[in-house]
Design a protein around this ligand. Sequence first.
Ligand code: GLV
Length: 310
Amino acid sequence: MTPILVFYSQFDSFDEWRDLLAPLLPGVHICQEQDVVDPDDVRYALAWKPPQGFFARYRSLELLVNLGAGVDSLVGRDDLPDIPITRVSDPDMGRMMASYVLFAVLRYARDIPALERAQRERRWHYLHPRLPESIRVGVLGLGELGTYAALELARQGLDVRGWSRSPKSLDGVKCVNGMEQLDSFIASSDILVVMLPLTPQTRGLLDARRLGLLPNGASFINVSRGAVVDQHALTAALASGRIAEATLDVFDREPLPPEDPLWGLDNVLITPHLASVAIPASAAAQIADNIQRLTRGEAVLHRVDPARGY
Ligand code: GLV
């Protein structure tokens, strides 16, 4: 019996992943759900947002690899056996995320939205550039992706602060930690970048009260998960101009429905959840390596702690 790796994603190319993984995993059959003949042969799963119940028939599963960084769609579900869950943890994914965050932050730091609006009105609108060190950028969440982005932002000379649950120390970034620091952290962020994982603790964390702590005219960027934010309160703050601008890659419902009021706000840049994606060419080797570790009885790398939720 040949062990099977079952692949599931509506966003990624199966053929690309199979072609990269197959030479690294001789002896493993890589296929999609519909091509699994005997579910008991399925030992490994590489999956992004599989539907509820997906895992119920794979009772011999030994390893689940999350085809992405955020594992909120996998932890805490009831169709999974008690097996290791790992994530793709890939420097290329970090770089891709950092480039999006840099673009979004620098767009605000250089007042580009005001210039875009002026251009639409054929108006020459000189705004004297601000010095980067005068702009406070708060990176909320210093996991792998948050850390990468915070360091890149600091390299731009911006006044970068980082908040994390537990203590962290990063060169050139003023780090604070713990819930008791959160309110003052938000209140001192001219640009707030949300990079927290979605867990029971972070769901709705940025509620109307906390959004209200942002300085007047602040900019808001969310690249993690929509449900970390009260989207209704965010929309109201953006509509009133209290929060001046937002770049949103993630939403409480995706795809964002056509009738959602966010679409109509001129001070919001919407992108369809693509700030960072798993990159097959760089991630396949680490996925194969983890499968080989497992078969040798060794501990797997990049393991997720389901109790912590990330
Ligand atoms: C994308 O949102 C990811 O978590 O990889």
